[in-house]
Design a protein around this ligand. Structure first.
Ligand code: PMT
Length: 411
């Protein structure tokens, strides 16, 4: 991201999800993005202008015809002073107004008057979402170039289940960051980076597989942080149930062999970050039929070794990435074992983390305490949320990759 702080105009419509927009404002502030709130009359039934003002740290605008506001900042200026307009929750009514060019309150007028990109985070009852009129309006807005985050499927406040729930604030904030990253030059602009993330699933039979507890959070955060610095990121991910980062190329895989193929398929890259928890072994035989208990069942599972993605990329003779970063998941003597792994696999850096079970376990948890091991020694980083670990690592990668991209130059 550039050093100039970005600003969004946050239009809050009238839906139960309005309270999540307050969390969104807080999350954006945490990421260095300022917001200014516009609250519709219906939105004001769910959250107050005071709470919007407190969380945005700015005045909350509510009325189209307000002499004080017009004197301070007219609605035209309001809609243009932001770098991006975010409508969350975008109700069926707000979408209909925006799609059809209505301008009869401050929110719809600001949407009509803006010359900036608009990101809608729809939220409504499932039947309102699937209603052909709403879908027509969405189509119109997409054709006009609008962006969308969500909605997602889930339990709704009205008791129904289905698509229509507003995307979580973290996901909307990610879409905002992705938009800014795409439109700004950063230290990794023109650099192509491969990130592997998540677990692999190794099939035993049609219903069973061997897996591990990796959630994908650390790898996804790294992909997003590299994207924010301008990199062209390919994320090869095993199965997870967290939202994919926006604005990065995604390749979904299941097994280690598929991850290997997809990673090799993404080469050449300037840098590879292997954060995935790849299964070292897979069942030697994948049964075509569900293994029956009554036929003697399973007393042991013969295994075969999986290909090692990190080692293969690190030891490439031609076209090796300039920087290869591995991860080491250890439960004892974290730094010692990680250093041995770095040497054995041949990667340049290794990020060592402790995966002993417990509250702060790196695998599956929200935070991580890592050691960055390079030729210069090992650095202990304090415990941080995974997105902060990712930001620190991305910034170190940017320092290491200074200079033109060898990959882009060769294209
Ligand atoms: O996904 P989260 O819940 O956020 O958790 C993050 C994490 C703990 C999974 C992550 O931070 C991490 O440590 N990832 C590496 C996990 C792992 O498999 O470590 P390892 O020590 O077994 O493997 C060492 C390195 O070799 C890793 O870079 C791994 O991606 C790579 N490897 C391993 C085996 C294999 N067949 N191919 C590989 O590329």
């Amino acid at each position: 991201m550039t050093s100039e702080p970005k600003r969004i105009l946050l239009i809050i419509g009238g839906g139960v999800a309005a309270y999540k927009s307050l969390e969104l404002a807080r999350e954006l502030a945490r990421r260095g993005i300022q917001s200014r709130g516009v609250l519709t009359r219906a939105g004001g039934e769910f959250v107050t202008p005071l709470s919007v003002a407190s969380l945005t740290g700015d005045k909350c605008y509510t009325e189209l015809f307000d002499l004080t506001d017009e004197a301070e900042m007219g609605h035209i200026e309001l809609s243009r002073s932001a770098d991006l307009v975010v409508v969350a929750p975008a109700t069926a009514d707000l979408l209909a107004k925006a799609a059809n060019g209505h301008a009869n309150d401050l929110a719809s007028t600001a949407l009509m008057a803006t010359d900036k990109q608009v990101l809608y985070a729809p939220a409504m009852n499932v039947r309102m979402w699937t209603n052909p009129a709403t879908q027509r309006n969405i189509d119109l807005l997409k054709r006009d170039g609008a962006m969308f985050a969500g909605p997602v499927e889930g339990d709704m406040a009205c008791g129904e289940y289905g698509p229509g729930r507003m995307a979580e604030p973290l996901e909307i904030a990610d879409a905002v960051e992705a938009y800014f990253a795409k439109n700004a030059a950063g230290p990794l602009t023109n650099k192509r980076i491969l990130v592997t993330a998540g677990p692999t699933h190794e099939s035993l039979d049609p219903v069973r597989y061997i897996a591990n507890r990796s959630s994908g959070k650390q790898g996804y955060a790294i992909a997003a942080a590299l994207r924010n610095l301008g990199a062209d990121v390919v994320l090869v991910t095993g199965p997870t149930n967290i939202p994919m980062p926006k604005g990065v190329g995604i390749v979904r895989v299941e097994t280690a062999r598929e991850m290997m193929e997809a990673s090799e398929g993404s080469l050449p890259v300037d840098c590879a970050v292997c954060c995935a928890a790849v299964a070292d072994y897979r069942p030697a035989i994948e049964s075509e039929h569900k293994i029956k208990k009554e036929r003697g069942g399973l007393t042991s599972i013969p295994v075969e070794e999986n290909p090692d993605i990190l080692k293969t990329i690190s030891q490439m003779k031609d076209g090796r990435p300039r920087l290869v970063v591995g991860f080491a998941a250890e439960t004892d003597d974290v730094v010692t074992y990680a250093e041995v792994k770095r040497k054995r696999k041949g990667c340049d850096w290794i990020v060592a983390n402790d995966v002993s079970p417990g509250e702060n376990c790196a695998m599956g948890g929200e935070s991580n305490t890592v050691f960055l091991i390079t030729d210069d020694g090992d650095e202990a980083w304090p415990e941080m949320p995974k997105d902060e670990v990712a930001r620190h690592l991305a910034s170190r990668i940017a320092d290491a990759l200074r200079g033109p991209s060898l990959v882009k130059a060769a294209e």
